[in-house]
Design a protein around this ligand. Structure first.
Ligand code: UT7
Length: 323
């Protein structure tokens, strides 16, 4: 059996925050944020709203929009770096609240590449024949871990969740995959409450997000530019055959740079950064869902999605949209 993506759902918290909000917190302004990142708004989770709640919102939306049943889901993967707590996992909370009595459940940690990793793992479980229906989430409440004294990062993050259903089918729609990591760049983007050093460099242990923006920007553009043709080839296609490219929405300028360097048309990219900010593992499903709602993505379209972020780590898949 092969893995087929059969449904997508998303959820964002109600509260919308514009760029002016940050002008009272740090020295910044709307013009800088829009021109350097492309972000205009983001959504903030309420005090009582955690990552598991966002997952449930995305699952509810998936069920409502796709007319599917989740009862027989046999595995739940939640990609997140902002779990409600370390233990129990978010995935077990979601399994319980959704009443998925026969489902295995794990959280995975691959930052902004987490959703892509989740899809690759789901494909593997189905290809191995051990599972038939896997629910993959990319979900974050980053704003609970944001350092509001750091103007270069506090303006970036938003909260949200995406959910995808992957089922066993005679003919799948995942065409190819790439994965990779550069652990030596761990110190460039981290969140820690335990260690005092990463790769011999002192780190701050306040459990807030710390980022060397320029270093991550450069790594992302160089790495993903090189990986795009490789993923196309593994998908049995050329880059030009893809109808849509969905890189992780970290910064609009990264998306522009990827297109400039590879010649891929910018108008064939989908993004969630402008209205949702950087939502880490949720950014790709949010961008895809936005593209579907706006009538851009059609059945049969070839889509390349690549996540990248803290680790440093990346992963991507090529797929044919079949919903
Ligand atoms: O999601 C995981 C992966 N993450 C990424 O891919 C993030 C990649 N990095 C980025 O998106 C960008 O590096 C940032 C948006 C984080 C920062 O943008 P930048 O253009 O790289 O800015 P910078 O850090 O090089 O700073 C340029 C200037 C500095 O001032 P000086 O030293 O030139 O006087 C900063 O202090 O901009 C200043 N600055 C700001 N000014 C106004 C930094 N943040 C702000 C701000 N408002 N919010």
């Amino acid at each position: 059996m092969q893995a087929k993506i059969t449904a997508l759902g998303t959820y964002v918290p109600e509260r919308i925050i514009d760029n002016h909000y940050f002008e009272n917190i740090v020295e910044t302004n709307d013009e800088w944020i829009v021109s350097r990142t492309g972000i205009r708004t983001r959504h903030f989770a309420a005090e009582y709203e955690y990552t598991s709640h966002l997952c449930l919102g995305a699952a509810k939306n998936l069920v409502e929009e796709n007319n599917v049943m989740l009862d027989d889901v046999d595995f739940v993967i939640v990609a997140t770096v902002t779990p409600d707590q370390t233990m129990p996992s978010v995935s077990t909370q979601v399994q319980d609240k959704l009443g998925l009595r026969h489902a295995g459940a794990i959280d995975i940690s691959a930052a902004c590449a987490g959703f892509s990793y989740g899809l690759i793992l789901a494909q593997g479980l189905i290809a191995a024949g051990t599972h038939r229906k896997v629910l993959v989430f990319g979900a974050e409440t980053l704003t609970k871990f944001t350092n509001y004294e750091d103007r270069s990062s506090c303006i970036l993050f938003g909260d949200g969740a995406g959910a995808m259903l992957i089922e066993a089918a005679p003919k799948g729609n995942i065409l190819g995959a790439i994965t990779g990591s550069s652990g030596d760049g761990g110190k460039e983007l981290y969140m820690s409450n335990m260690r005092k050093q990463i790769n011999g460099q002192d780190i701050i242990t306040d459990n807030k997000i710390h980022q060397n923006g320029r270093a991550v920007f450069k790594w992302a553009v160089n790495t993903i530019t090189a990986q795009m043709p490789i993923l196309a080839e593994r998908s049995g296609l050329s880059l030009a055959d893809f109808d849509w490219f969905i890189p992780h929405s970290a910064n609009l300028r990264i998306i522009e740079a990827l297109c400039t360097q590879t010649g891929f048309p910018l108008e064939k990219t989908l993004e969630s950064i402008s209205i949702y900010g950087n939502t880490s593992s949720a950014s790709i499903p949010l961008a895809l869902h936005r593209g579907i709602r706006e009538g851009k993505v059609k059945k049969g379209d070839k889509i390349m999605l690549i996540g990248f972020g803290g680790g440093l780590v990346y992963a991507g898949i090529g797929l044919e949209w079949a919903v």
